[in-house]
Design a protein around this ligand. Structure first.
Ligand code: FAD
Length: 390
């Protein structure tokens, strides 16, 4: 049977667009279904949604021929983790792991725009925008996808990359387990007197971590995790009062703030799909898993899903072959489960009861004393898993 595409990807966010670009670059016929419009070129000040891209994610994005604009991204070479009272502290340097840097911080919209630019250069990729799936059924050699614009498309594999509230996951009858941390993350973009440098730091407090992600020049993205109530109260503050609250709570190393550029807050939840695959169907990115963002790994593990799936598709003959999809599920579930467990333990170790927090401090001290353990943690965080769970 002739299909419209080899692969249809639902969701043109960073993860879906990255998979489309990689397999499209390898010559597969791809249909990308996105409910929104073609992303607009980012301009003006930095957006609130910033992500870190680690070594493996960067290599994957670049393998599709996508060029990322250097002027809107910020490499970081050190990660500094401590607790508020100074009893635990660990500094991770890329150099110690034999790397120039750990990766970059980049706005989500800049990455998504760069990927879509690449998609538009690839003759084997067709983008269907402003439409969403209504239903999906399998055929003998593929899967059909009925869209809400009246079109029905068919492919040998359909991939759901449509985010945490994935419609494709729902249509495939795949359920999730979820957990609410009862925390919110307030993201605040600021202009600082000091130029921000190549270090990203995070300080654990009993109610949640506070973090600084450097942006080019005198800009930084601050992340302030706290209880839902405390965040809601903070949201009511005007810019001057919020600036004063940041200067009180954040370490002095941030330096004086010139102004608050933008702010918003997000609920913190984790979620894991019970299956990543079905007949001629796979889930990747937030459609498959949502992790606590404190380690900045949600997008990275989504891109690692896309990388593993792309490798399996490129090596195999039939993109929807069930045994190959099983290989994808085995490899990625193990790695993602490990990341969910790690971020969960970080959360509970540093924001739990005092004995747990003391254990958290001890783990930072141990990481500082045993360079081998530190190197392994860094490799894991960079997607260069020493245990090879790719
Ligand atoms: C506060 C916060 C900070 C974070 N910081 C980091 C970080 O530093 N590093 C990191 O790695 N991760 C971070 N993350 C996580 C990261 O943002 C997500 O993991 C990532 O955005 C997931 O990408 P995705 O493409 O899978 O999903 P999404 O970004 O949700 O994209 C889904 C796409 O699918 C489209 N779509 C949805 N439904 C449909 C439909 N029915 N039909 C068609 N299209 C549809 C949407 O329009 C969208 O384009 C953070 C998350 C939060 C909340």
């Amino acid at each position: 049977m002739q299909h419209d595409h080899d692969i249809i990807i639902v969701g043109g966010g960073m993860v879906g667009a990255a998979l489309a670009a990689r397999v499209g670059h390898a010559g597969f016929s791809v249909g990308l279904v996105e409910q929104g419009d073609i992303p607009a070129e980012p301009s003006g000040d930095y957006d609130l949604r910033i992500s870190s891209l680690n070594a493996r994610s960067l290599a994957f994005v670049k393998a599709s021929g996508t060029a990322l604009p250097e002027e809107r991204s910020c490499p970081f070479r050190h990660i500094d983790v401590s607790n508020q009272d100074g009893t635990g502290h660990s500094l991770f340097s890329a150099q110690d792991s034999g790397m120039d840097d750990f990766g970059i911080f980049i706005e989500n919209r800049t990455l998504q725009y760069a990927l879509w630019q690449r998609l538009q250069q690839l003759p084997s990729v067709a983008c269907y925008t402003q439409c969403a799936p209504l239903s999906t059924i399998t055929s003998s050699t593929g899967r059909l996808l009925e869209l809400d614009n009246g079109k029905t498309l068919s492919a040998r594999l359909i991939v759901g990359a449509d985010g945490a509230k994935s419609t494709l996951r729902e249509l495939a009858g795949i359920s999730v387990s979820s957990y609410d941390y009862h925390q919110r993350a307030m993201i605040i973009n600021v202009e600082t007197e000091l130029p921000q440098q190549d270090v990203s730091w995070q300080v654990f407090t009993p109610t949640g971590p506070i973090a600084m992600l450097p942006l080019p020049g005198h800009r930084a993205s601050l992340v302030w995790y706290d209880t839902e109530q405390a965040t809601q109260d903070r949201e009511q503050l005007d810019d001057e009062a919020l600036k004063a609250a940041i200067e009180m709570a954040f370490p002095k190393r941030l330096g004086n703030l010139i102004r608050i550029v933008a702010r918003a807050s997000f609920p913190i939840k984790r979620q894991h799909a019970h299956r990543y695959i079905g007949k001629r169907l796979a889930l990747i990115g937030d459609a498959a898993h949502v992790v606590h963002p404190l380690a900045g790994q949600g997008l990275n593990i989504g891109l690692h899903d896309a990388d593993t799936l792309a490798e399996i598709i490129i090596q195999g003959r039939d993109p929807g072959d069930y045994l190959n999809l099983l290989r994808f599920e085995c490899q990625r579930r193990a790695a993602n489960q490990a990341m969910i467990a790690a971020t969960d333990s970080f959360h509970h170790l540093f924001t739990g009861a005092k004995p747990l927090r003391q254990l958290g401090d001890l783990s930072l001290q141990l990481a500082e004393r045993f360079p081998f353990a530190k190197r392994m943690m860094m490799q894991q965080a960079n997607g260069l898993n020493p245990f090879k769970m790719r």
